[in-house]
Ligand binder design. Structure first.
Ligand code: FRU
Length: 468
C-alpha cells in the first residue's frame, strides 16, 4: 500500500463514519453511496457465492469528485455488506479517477478491469489532447482486498483515429479466450466500440471496431456485449445520439443495438438502437450472469442533466437501480425486478377500482396494477398517464426540474411500480418498457387510480446493510 492509498483509506473511513442528519429521502431498497457521490455500477459479478456490486464513488463530495470504486456484497441481493473502498486513484496511471469497468471471475480470484483517468496540466481540450485513458487491471484474491494493479494499455496502444476518450472495459471469457469491449470517441466525433482479444488476460490485441452505418452520437460510454438465447446485443450509453422523442428526451441516451453476425468479424452489423429505459434517471447499466440468469443494474441518475437532486444538501447524491433480470423476447430485451425483491414485500392489500380511487401509501411500496383500462396513476407528486399508446411520467411536485417523459407501450395491460422514498422504477407490460426516475415528495403519500382494474399494494421492507 503506498502512502497516498493509506491516506485516502483513512479519509474515506472518516467521511463514512461522520454522523448523518435524519433524511427521509435516504433510500430503503436501492443501493446508495454511504456518503457523497455515486455513479455507474462497476465490476458486477457473482464470486465465491456472493454478489459483488462495485460502483463509481466520490465519498468526499456529493457533487462528484475523483472517482474510486465503492463496494457492496451480498449472498441474496437483500442483506448487503458495505465493504471498504476497493480501488483508489493512487497511481500515476489512474490519478484523476478509477473510472468504470468490469470484473472477470477466475479460479484464483477477481480481475477488475477499469480505466485509469489522467488529466495532464496545461491548456488542453481534454478530448483530443491532455488526457490519458489507460486500461488497467487490479487483482483481488478474495474479492475484498486488493492484491496488485497493473497498467495494460495506454492511448498509444489503441487503434489510430481515436480521440483520448477510450474507456469502460467490459471483459468476459469465451471459447477459451478473453474478450474486451471499450467505448470510444473517434477524431471525427463518432461513437464506436473497440473489441480486443487476449490469451492471458494481460496482453490485448485490437480485433474489430463496432459502429453504426451512420454515426450515432460522438461518444459511446459503458459498452456491454452479450448473448441471450443465442442472440447478441451491444448495450451502450451514447452521447449526442441523433434520435428524437421517446427514449431520446434525456441529455444522453441509453440502450442497445441487436448485433447481426460475429462480433469478431468485420462483417458484423449493428441493428436499430432500442432505448432501455424511458425515465429521467437511467444510465451506464451493466449486466452479468448469475444462477443461470442475466442481471442488469444501472445508475439511477443522468450525467449533465438540467435537473437536480436536493440530497446534495444532505451530503449524498444518486443510487443504483434494483437488480433486474433481462430476458429475450421476439428480438427485444425485457426487464423485470430480480425475483429476490419479492421477499421485501409486506402487508398485501388488494383493491378493485372502477373510476377514481385513492389508497393510502407508506414511504415505500410495490404496486401491481392490471386492468382493462389504466388511465392515470398518481404517487404523490409523480403522475403516470396512459394515452394514445404512450405512457407518460410527469412530476407536478418534487421533480426538481424534471419534465415529462414518454414511453411507447401500445395497449397497457400491466404496471409494476417499485416506489422507494425518492426513487421509482416502473415496468410496463412485463418489462416491455421501463421508466426510472428520482423525485422528492414531501408529506403523506397516497396512490390515486383512474380507470378500471385491480391493484395489489405492498409495503417494501428495507435492505439490510451492515458495515464490514
Ligand atoms: C459514465 C462515465 C464513464 C466513466 C465514468 C466516470 O457515466 O462517464 O464513461 O468511466 O462515468 O465516472
Amino acid at each position: 500500500m503506498n502512502a497516498l492509498q493509506k491516506d485516502l483509506k483513512k479519509l474515506a473511513a472518516l467521511a463514512e463514519a461522520a454522523p448523518q442528519p435524519p433524511d427521509p429521502w435516504r433510500l430503503r431498497f436501492h443501493l446508495m453511496p454511504p456518503v457523497g457521490w455515486l455513479n455507474d455500477p462497476n465490476g458486477l459479478c457473482q464470486f465465491g457465492g456472493e454478489y459483488h456490486v462495485f460502483y463509481q464513488y466520490a465519498p468526499f463530495e456529493a457533487e462528484g469528485g475523483i472517482k474510486f470504486w465503492g463496494h457492496y456484497k451480498s449472498r441474496d441481493l437483500l442483506r448487503w455488506e458495505q465493504c471498504p473502498v476497493m480501488l483508489y486513484s493512487d497511481q500515476p496511471y489512474d490519478i484523476h479517477g478509477v473510472y468504470s469497468g468490469s470484473a472477470l471471475v477466475q479460479e484464483d480470484g477477481l480481475y477488475l478491469y477499469y480505466t485509469g483517468n489522467v488529466k495532464h496540466a496545461g491548456e488542453y481540450d481534454y478530448i483530443r489532447a491532455g488526457r490519458g485513458h489507460n486500461t488497467v487491471v487490479a487483482y483481488s484474491p478474495d474479492g475484498v482486498t486488493l492484491g496488485w494493479k497493473r497498467l495494460l494499455m495506454e492511448n498509444r496502444d489503441y487503434p489510430e483515429g481515436l480521440s483520448c476518450h477510450v474507456r469502460d472495459p467490459k471483459v468476459w471469457e469465451q471459447d477459451g479466450r478473453y474478450y474486451m469491449v471499450q467505448g470510444a470517441r473517434t477524431l471525427d466525433d463518432e461513437g464506436v466500440v473497440l473489441v480486443f482479444e487476449s490469451d492471458d488476460r494481460l496482453h490485448w490485441r485490437h480485433l474489430n471496431t463496432l459502429r453504426t452505418p451512420e454515426p450515432f452520437g460522438y461518444m459511446w460510454e459503458c459498452p456491454d456485449l452479450f448473448a441471450l438465447d443465442g442472440h447478441w446485443f451491444l448495450l451502450v450509453s451514447p452521447q449526442g445520439a441523433p434520435g428524437k422523442g421517446a427514449g431520446f428526451e434525456n441529455v444522453y441516451a441509453c440502450g442497445y443495438f441487436p448485433l447481426d453476425g460475429d462480433f469478431r468479424d468485420r462483417s458484423a452489423r449493428l441493428g436499430e438502437f432500442v432505448p432501455l429505459d424511458y425515465g429521467t434517471d437511467f444510465y451506464a447499466p451493466q449486466t452479468f450472469t448469475a444462477d443461470g440468469r442475466r442481471l442488469l443494474i444501472g445508475w439511477q441518475g443522468m450525467p449533465d442533466a438540467p435537473y437536480c437532486n436536493p440530497t446534495t444538501a444532505r451530503g449524498w447524491q444518486h443510487c443504483l437501480t434494483v437488480p433486474r433480470e433481462v430476458r429475450y423476447d421476439k428480438g427485444k430485451l425485457l426487464q423485470r425486478p430480480a425475483r429476490e425483491l419479492e421477499q421485501l414485500r409486506e402487508g398485501a392489500q388488494e383493491y378493485r377500482f372502477d373510476g377514481e380511487s385513492t389508497v393510502p401509501l407508506g414511504e415505500t411500496a410495490e404496486i401491481l396494477l392490471t386492468g382493462e383500462c389504466l388511465r392515470e396513476v398518481g404517487l404523490g407528486g409523480l403522475t403516470l398517464r396512459h394515452e394514445n399508446g404512450r405512457l407518460t411520467m410527469d412530476f407536478p411536485i418534487g421533480g426538481y426540474g424534471r419534465t415529462v417523459r414518454s414511453a411507447p407501450v401500445g395497449k397497457l395491460e400491466k404496471l409494476q411500480i417499485l416506489m422507494d422514498t425518492s426513487a421509482v422504477e416502473v415496468f410496463a407490460n412485463d418489462g416491455e418498457a421501463v421508466m426510472s426516475a428520482r423525485w422528492y415528495p414531501e408529506g403523506e403519500r397516497c396512490l390515486t387510480l383512474s380507470g378500471k382494474g385491480t391493484a395489489a399494494v405492498y409495503g417494501m421492507r428495507a435492505l439490510e446493510i451492515v458495515r464490514s
